[in-house]
Design a binder for this molecule. Structure first.
Ligand SMILES: Nc1nc2c(ncn2[C@@H]2O[C@H](COP(=O)(O)OP(=O)(O)O)[C@@H](O)[C@H]2O)c(=O)[nH]1
Ligand SMILES: [Mg+2]
Length: 244
C-alpha cells in the first residue's frame, strides 16, 4: 500500500459511490490516485458500486488490480446511500473523505484533511451554496440544492447550507452517527450531516468550486418523489423519537 502507513492502516480513506460510470471511472481514479500519491499521504480509495449495467464493475476490478490503494465492492441493491454507508463502514483510515466520481476535488481534500489534522473539527462539509462557493452546474441543479436545503431546514431544523456533497470526517467519531442513520438512498448523506450537528459534533462548512466531469447521471425530476418520501421519513425519525 501507500507511504507511511500506521499499523498497516492508511491515514485517509476516500469512499466513492459509483453507478454506471464506465465513461469516466478509469480516468478519474487514475488522476485521483496520482494526486493523492503526490501529497505523500497513506490512503485507500474504496469504490462502492451497485447494480451498474455498464462496464463499471469490470473497470473497477481492473483498477483494484493495478493500484494497491484501490478496491471495489458491490452493494447488493441499487442504493446510493446504502453503498456510501457500507463504504464508510469498510474504511480503515483515521479520516474518511466521501467523494463523487464526477468531482474528485483535490483542493477540498487538501483543505479538509488539514482542518481535521488540526484537531479542531470532527467533520468538514463542502458547501456548494455558501458565500465563496463557485457552482458551475446548470441553474436547475443550483436551485434544487437550495430548495432541498430549505426542506431540511423546515423538516429537521438544519441550519447549514448544504449536506449533499463532499465531506470529510474523523472516522472513529462519525461511525456511531453513521450507525444511527435510518434513511437510505440520496437522503442518507443529509441525515449523516444533520445528525452530526444535532449530536454536537464540530461540523465546519467550507465553500467548494463545483466542476463536474460530466452531466449528472440521474434525471433530477425522477428523484424528487423519492427524496420527499425520505425527508419525511427522516423528519419522523428525528422528531418522532426525539433522538439525535
Ligand atoms: N453506488 C451507487 N452510486 C451512485 C448511485 N447513484 C449515483 N451514484 C454515484 O454518486 C456520485 C454522484 O452522482 P451524480 O450522478 O453525479 O449525482 P449528483 O448528486 O446529482 O451530482 C457519483 O459518483 C455516482 O456514480 C447509486 O445508485 N449507487
Ligand atoms: Mg454529480
Amino acid at each position: 500500500m501507500g507511504a507511511a502507513m500506521n499499523d498497516g492502516r492508511p491515514e485517509v480513506s476516500v469512499v466513492i459511490p459509483v453507478y454506471n460510470e464506465a465513461l469516466i471511472l478509469e480516468e478519474s481514479v487514475t488522476a485521483l490516485c496520482a494526486a493523492l500519491r503526490e501529497r505523500g499521504w497513506a490512503f485507500e480509495i474504496i469504490l462502492a458500486e451497485n447494480g451498474s449495467r455498464d462496464e463499471t464493475p469490470r473497470i473497477g476490478e481492473d483498477l483494484g488490480r493495478r493500484y494497491p490503494e484501490v478496491s471495489i465492492f458491490r452493494h447488493p441493491e441499487p442504493n446510493y446511500g446504502g453503498a456510501l454507508r457500507q463504504g464508510i463502514l469498510r474504511a480503515s483510515g483515521r479520516f474518511v473523505i466521501c467523494e463523487e466520481i464526477d468531482l474528485c476535488d483535490a483542493e477540498f481534500h487538501g483543505r479538509a484533511i488539514e482542518l481535521l489534522r488540526g484537531g479542531g473539527v470532527d467533520m468538514v462539509v463542502g458547501s456548494k451554496a455558501m458565500r465563496g462557493a463557485d457552482d458551475t452546474r446548470p441553474l436547475g441543479r443550483r436551485v434544487a440544492t437550495r430548495v432541498y436545503n430549505g426542506m431540511l431546514r423546515v423538516a429537521v431544523g438544519f441550519r447549514g447550507t448544504d449536506t449533499h456533497g463532499l465531506k470529510a470526517f474523523v472516522r472513529e467519531t462519525v461511525v456511531p452517527v453513521v450507525e444511527a442513520c435510518v434513511v437510505e438512498h440520496d437522503v442518507f448523506a443529509s441525515e449523516l450531516v444533520v445528525r452530526a450537528h444535532r449530536r454536537g459534533l464540530r461540523v465546519l462548512e467550507i465553500p467548494v468550486h463545483v466542476r463536474e466531469k460530466r452531466a449528472p447521471s440521474v434525471r433530477l425530476l425522477n428523484r424528487v418523489p423519492k427524496v420527499i418520501r425520505h425527508v419525511a421519513r427522516l423528519m419522523v425519525a428525528i422528531h418522532g423519537r426525539g433522538d439525535g
